[in-house]
Write a protein that binds this ligand. Structure first.
Ligand SMILES: [Zn+2]
Length: 388
């Protein structure tokens, strides 16, 4: 008979795979697939559309009926380059009640609990099914979740409640802002700056778009927040430019200016509306540029889109997590997750996972043993609930 690994043993294994988002996650997926299969659990892969080095995986335990609870985690982690680690980041090192290692907190700790619970559920007597969904590319814009959900919906009986196990100290988190990023490339026309009226300075036109971001922030801040927006800090949609480059010399009108412009959108406003407003401003600035030099232009590249998680009215997933944890505090967070994709796909969705988001992405990332145990207890309680 195949060994049933403890949550800790599964965590050790998962952390040992350096699944940084820009690298392959296949060795981890192979291992999970093999482990589940050794227990007679069939799992399904969703290969990345363009990158053969990545795949997502999902699996089902319990009766083949709709209404599963889905445990959702990502398999990728952020890089360790340039971070001062005191231990090998790809080995779980336990010290002073903490489990150190890249991804222990974000979020292989939860992944390990989900895999453990699925195997326990498989051997138990579930009346209601349990599913796991392990994605790729979460850390680079949550781009793996939507195709994974689509693929699950085709193969498995559809689940109804999703728990996204991002670190929340095992509290129920019901909402977060959405995110939309753009790469902006302003292409101007170079002339000597003494004749700047005949050129198009990409930096100076780019500055108009950045000033628009400032105006939007001021306008949003001045508005009375909606009930939903009011739960966030800050309670409005923000527009941010975090990096910029451009220009050649003091006395040349800049040919190029590139910058990244990101929206963090309160979940009762839409990215469509904000994108449309931004694009209208881009068109206005571009028209001014082209009135000087017709071939100058602005190119926009959509970098990522993370839909917001909208707090649900009497949501099933929230009710389930509150029942199991006894946590009744209202809570929204500032980070994005795959939760909005699940919610958009027709699942009631809540965030609940072990660990503190403050540890995520840090050198010497850790998950406390106490949080890992709290997560294990949560899974036991969940299994008991699913067994009716
Ligand atoms: Zn995460």
């Amino acid at each position: 008979m195949t060994e049933r690994l403890s949550p800790r043993a599964i965590l050790d294994k998962l952390v040992s795979f350096p699944t940084v988002s820009h690298d392959t996650n296949l060795p981890l997926i192979d291992w999970v697939e093999g482990y589940l299969s050794s227990h007679g659990i069939e799992s399904f892969r969703h290969p990345h559309e363009t990158d053969p080095a990545k795949a997502a995986l999902f699996a089902h335990a319990g009766p083949k009926v709709e209404g599963a609870v889905v445990l959702s985690g990502h398999t990728d982690v952020v890089p360790v380059e340039g971070q001062p680690w005191s231990t090998d980041p790809y080995e779980v090192v336990e010290k002073d009640g903490k489990l150190y290692g890249r991804g222990t907190c974000d979020m292989k700790g939860f992944d390990a609990l989900a895999i453990w619970a699925l195997v326990e559920g498989h051997y138990g007597d579930l009346k209601r099914p349990l599913q796991i969904a392990l994605s790729y590319d979460e850390e680079i814009g949550c781009t793996g979740a939507a195709p994974l959900i689509e693929s699950m919906d085709k193969v498995l009986p559809k689940g109804s409640a999703t728990i996204v196990g991002e670190p929340s100290m095992m509290g129920a988190v019901t909402g977060h802002k959405g995110g939309q990023g753009f790469d902006v490339h302003v292409r101007g026309f170079e002339v000597h700056s003494s004749l700047m009226h005949t050129g198009v300075n990409a930096i100076m036109y780019g500055a108009k778009l950045i000033e628009w971001a400032n105006e939007m922030n001021a306008e949003n801040q001045a508005k009375t927040p909606s009930d939903i927006a009011g739960t966030f800090e800050p309670p409005w949609t923000t527009v941010h430019v975090g990096m910029i480059e451009g220009g050649t010399a003091h006395n040349i009108t800049a040919l190029d200016c590139r910058f990244g412009l990101d929206f963090r959108i309160v979940p009762d406003e839409t990215r469509e509306a904000w994108s449309a407003r931004f694009k209208a401003k881009v068109a206005e600035v571009e028209a001014e540029m082209q009135a000087v030099v017709p071939e100058s232009h602005i190119a926009l590249n959509e970098q990522f889109y993370v839909p917001g998680l909208l707090p649900e009215d009497a949501g099933e997933a929230e009710a389930l997590v509150r029942r199991l944890t006894g946590d009744n505090a209202p809570r929204v967070v500032s980070y994005g997750t795959e939760g909005g994709h699940f919610q958009g796909g027709g699942y009631s969705t809540v965030i609940c996972g072990p660990g503190d988001i403050a540890q995520a992405h840090q050198p010497d990332e850790f998950l406390t043993v106490a949080q890992f145990e709290a997560g294990t207890q949560f899974m036991r309680d969940l299994l008991a609930e699913l067994a009716g």
